[in-house]
Design a protein around this ligand. Structure first.
Ligand code: FAD
Length: 469
């Protein structure tokens, strides 16, 4: 335990990497301070996962209500109320932030408001509204996250140019929107605003949208977007801004075309928050983009200083940040834990949803692995048909020799929930046969996973056998 007035651990940054790390340290008996310069919950709760999913809950309800007649239900007067949707979003995030504040208090953690940096003596200086303080400590966990990356092509002081944080705070629904970048964040915003009636064009540098996803998933999503009226221009960039107007923007594209819209959202990735932390002075190594280097114990190049979450790069997801935070917390309090990235589910909350884990078919091919790829379509599943959501598929990537599950991609209803069955199976080293021989309730969506696993062994009941010649 630390001496009087001294902390065992100071955590800098209260997002999903930092606050669970602080709580785990306290659970292990440490005296802990958590330093936060804006709002606990970080990007995830305030400007990321939760606000976007709250907006999506509203827009999905609108989309569903518009389809009501297909289900024999008449609903009239469906009208989005953006003000009320935003109020609900604020209420959800405020409630969650309040919950974290209570948890910090209940665990005896001192929340120190202000910007933290590391002193040459390896303590933490906090610059707050009331001046500066130095927190003496034995160990430090850096969890300062990331901010939206900006592009020099655009002047972000113009009202028409937005980051994801600006888009979440819009006071009205724009009539038209250009989205630069068709990754996860851009695609989720496209779904939100397109349902609200915004005309959307997406511009993507790579040869396909969702460039990190399985190519089959990305291709199918592009055609789904097209059907929803969302144009995705791949292998295209914005070359220059031709005009900023108070009510819009006009840009020139690399293919010679021009686009005009009321707003333009830049969603091309994240900027790592490691500047100004005093890293160089104490010898903590970071790469040229600001990603802090860590080992599998989440320890930096300096003993006793750990880093977790977006600021270490890699997989920029809230749950990865949390697991890294828990590993760092164990190690900062005398334990021994290592971080593994073998099974990390990743979800995209588009319509339809995408869930993926482990290897996809492109990565398996790149690695020259001998795999069996087995699919089952939601179009052949009773529950999906009953729900009116019979689009998309389950795809399993299986080691051809051992039958072990190496990965899965699911596109369709509740894909973000379903993917966890495969994640647990992979964590346990299960085979496709293990899934195929596990009784799944009927009618249910996970039956699609069971059928895909059965199909890998030529035993799927609801897949027609290849036609005999
Ligand atoms: P952050 O959440 O960024 O938290 C860092 C915290 O540190 C912030 O509160 C910041 O104020 C504070 N801080 C920074 N510097 C200092 C300093 N010097 N002193 C004190 N405090 C400091 N991930 C998912 O898993 N699922 C999703 O659905 C999802 N949706 C997203 C949607 C959007 C629009 C965005 C932008 C991101 C989304 N993400 C999602 C990613 C997810 O939000 C991040 O991966 C996650 O928040 C990273 O957690 P973190 O703790 O590393 O950093």
């Amino acid at each position: 335990m630390a001496e009087e007035g001294r902390y065992d651990v100071v955590v800098i940054g209260g997002g999903p990497g930092g606050y669970p790390a602080a709580i785990r340290c306290a659970q292990r008996g440490a005296k802990v301070a958590l330093v936060e310069k804006e709002r606990v919950g970080g990007t995830c709760l305030n400007w990321g996962c939760i606000p976007t999913k709250t907006l999506l809950a509203s827009t999905e309800l609108i989309a569903r209500a518009r389809e009501a007649e297909k289900f024999g239900v008449k609903i009239s007067g469906i009208e989005p109320d953006w003000g009320a949707i935003q109020e609900r979003k604020a209420k959800v995030t405020d409630t969650l932030v309040g919950g974290i504040l209570q948890l910090l208090k209940a665990n005896g953690i001192d929340l120190v408001e202000g910007a933290g940096s590391i002193t040459p003596e390896k303590n933490v200086r906090v610059a707050g509204a009331d001046g500066e303080a130095v927190l003496e400590t034995d160990r430090i966990i850096i969890a300062t996250g990331s901010d939206p990356a900006e592009l020099p092509t655009f002047d972000f002081s113009q009202p028409s140019v937005m980051t994801s944080t600006d888009a979440l705070a819009l006071d009205h629904v724009p009539e038209s929107l250009i989205i630069v970048g068709s990754g996860v964040i851009g695609s989720e915003f496209a779904c939100i605003f397109s349902t609200l009636g915004t005309r959307i064009a997406m511009v993507e540098l790579m040869d396909r949208m969702l460039p990190t996803e399985d190519s089959r998933v990305a291709k199918q999503m592009k055609s789904t977007f097209r059907k929803a009226g969302i144009e995705v221009k791949t292998e295209t960039t914005v070359e220059e801004v031709l005009e900023y107007r108070p009510d819009g923007i006009k840009v020139k594209l690399s293919d010679g075309g021009e686009l005009e819209a009321e707003k333009l959202l830049v969603s091309i990735g994240r900027r790592f928050n490691s500047a100004g932390l005093g890293l160089e002075e104490v010898g903590v190594k970071a790469d040229e983009r600001g990603r802090i280097e860590v080992n599998d114990a989440m320890e930096t190049s300096v003993e006793g200083i750990y880093a977790v979450g977006d600021v270490v790069g890699g997989i920029l997801l809230a749950h990865t940040a949390t697991f890294e935070g828990l590993v760092a917390a164990e190690n900062a309090t005398g334990g021994k834990a290592t971080m593994s990235y073998d099974v990390v589910p990743a979800c995209i909350f588009t319509t339809p949803e995408i869930g993926s884990v482990g290897l996809n078919t492109d990565k398996a091919a790149d690695q020259g692995l001998e795999v069996t790829v087995s699919r089952f379509s939601f179009g052949a599943l009773g529950k999906a048909m009953a729900m009116g959501e019979d689009y998309g598929f389950v795809q399993l990537v299986i080691d051809a020799k051992t039958d072990k599950l190496l990965g899965a991609q699911i596109m369709g209803p509740h894909a973000s929930d379903l993917i966890h069955e495969v994640a647990v199976a992979m964590q346990q080293g299960a085979t496709a046969m293990d899934i195929a021989t596990t009784i799944h309730a009927h009618p249910s969506l996970p039956e699609a996973i069971m059928e895909a696993a059965e199909a890998a062994h030529g035993k799927a009941i609801h897949v027609a056998p290849p036609r005999k010649k």
